[in-house]
Design a protein around this ligand. Sequence first.
Ligand code: SF4
Length: 279
Amino acid sequence: MQEPETVTRILSFGAGVDSTAIIVYHLYVRSLDIDHVVFADAGAEFPETYDNVELIKTLCEDAGIPFHIVKKGGETILEWCLRLGIVPVMAGGAHVCSQKFKGDVIQAWAKLNKFENPVYLIGIEADEGHRLRRFSPPKESVSRYEYPLVEMGMKRAACEDLLKSYGFKVRKSSCMFCPFMSPAEIKETIADPNAKSLVQKVEKRFKNTSAEKHQAWIDAGMPLNKGDRAPVGMWRRNSWAEGQRLFVAKHAGRALSIEEWANLPNTSVQGAEQLCFQM
Ligand code: SF4
């Protein structure tokens, strides 16, 4: 396909290892033709990640690259979870939260700025081919995605080596209460008293809002504050709409709201499990 004459090349900066490696490569090794860098702040990153955002923002601005911080209007991901009494991704869920608080926000920002033919540079490592499907634009989209690390064959170790060689220490970016954390990351999170208390606050609110769903969630995987996560097979698509519907499974043809769940006759942990796994 022929490249349009004017394109706007935007680095979607998540402030973790991948996208930091891209901007460090661009600044210190070879130009990747980056016109803008944008960080979508969901509002619940670890302090080290926000420090990295500030550092990269300064470096970009010194290099003449506009750096933007964008946020979803209305509420942060924490406020969203606490308002609805949910966790960001339920067993059976897809990454609705990252689309809602990051992807959609960046797209809306680009649209508002009327960028011509936006090309998004996405931080996916060369050995993460499975993530390409998640980070590819919808068919009808006018935007295009590029994966510089994949194109350069840079795997995780190469990204880390690059960052180390230029003196950068970067923590994996993630909401403090992200259910996609690995056991090692959760262990690190709960060793931090502030992060631990936030995780417990989210989970407690979820439990108080919907004890049955909370129990089913624990039975399906593990609670956030117990040092593990739900098994991989639990993360399925079609989970909820706008956060009010928590489970992928349908009852009488519909996913259930918290209230509907609570009002179901014979709602029990056993019933919850069955609903949870029923596809
Ligand atoms: S880090 Fe986790 S909780 Fe936060 S937006 Fe991404 S998937 Fe959702």
